[in-house]
Write a protein that binds this ligand. Structure first.
Ligand code: ZN
Length: 261
């Protein structure tokens, strides 16, 4: 069964800005979905902000193994209830790939629990994404580095928690560096943040960038079935805890005389 990837995009710039529309006439989400679909092991579809429930209904998320997220102008328009739902699915095992300006999305800030701020400069400068973790599945097939002739600079300090792994570090012509490919796990869900992807540059048309996205979908996919349903997971009350607990001196201590019951 192929990995079911849903590419979510706010889909605002492409409809408001002629430059962006010329690069992504069908929207960033459709370009990325087409790139993913060139892998026969990935079944990619799309969802956008304007759809009912932003295209991320319970039913839709139940059929999503890996969710990719592109947003920039409309982070504030994403409903908190949808963010709650996506977060729960990540905890249960759904992969999440957050792209570029998605660093400030509600869902990324939620799962990071950190400001997620960074330095930036839009000057069309050269970026080299060095694959510093070359044995990592996400870095396969891209060589020593990916070079983007025109990119938006994203620089450190990037205020995210220390990642599980750093796959890419970017160098920019202007001198800054940035941890541009980071992995995390929250609950059972794997998360990958990938820095490049400013809307006025044709970055998602780049063959190596597309390779990274396909690799990331495969890496983030959790093949376990069934996933844990967090909403129905048993919450054991203290008085029913398998280890006997007594209250002593105002705090709880294990009694010790019986281990199980
Ligand atoms: Zn940007």
């Amino acid at each position: 069964m192929p990995i079911r990837a849903t590419v979510w995009n706010e889909f605002v710039h492409e409809r408001e800005n002629a430059t962006v529309k010329a690069i992504y006439p069908e929207g960033i989400h459709r370009t990325i979905a087409a790139a993913l679909s060139s892998d026969e092991g990935i079944d990619a579809s799309t969802a956008t902000l304007d759809e009912p429930e932003h295209g991320l209904s319970v039913e839709r998320l139940a059929k999503t193994d890996v969710l990719l997220w592109w947003g920039h102008k409309a982070h504030g328009e994403v409903s908190d209830s949808v963010v709650d739902r996506v977060q729960q699915r990540v905890f249960e095992g759904m992969g999440l790939i957050v792209l570029h300006s998605g660093h400030f999305s509600k869902i990324f800030k939620r799962v990071m629990g950190a400001p997620c701020s960074l330095r930036w400069r839009e000057a069309g400068e050269r970026e080299r994404l060095w694959a510093i973790n070359r044995s990592h599945p996400i870095a396969q097939g891209v060589g020593d580095f990916i070079e983007l002739t025109n990119s938006e600079m994203y620089g450190e300090p990037f205020l995210v928690p220390e990642p599980m792994e750093t796959v890419f570090v970017s160098w920019y012509e202007g001198g800054e560096v940035f941890r541009s490919g980071l992995t995390y796990q929250r609950g059972a869900g794997r998360i990958f943040y990938f820095g490049p992807g400013h809307e006025t540059y044709p970055i998602y048309h780049d063959a190596q960038i597309q390779q990274v996205l396909r690799n990331a979908v495969r890496w983030a996919h959790n093949p376990a079935r069934p996933w844990l349903d967090v909403s129905t997971a048993p919450n054991v009350p203290v008085d029913q805890a398998p280890e006997k607990i007594e209250k002593r001196g105002g705090s709880l201590h294990a009694a010790g005389e019986e281990g199980f019951r």
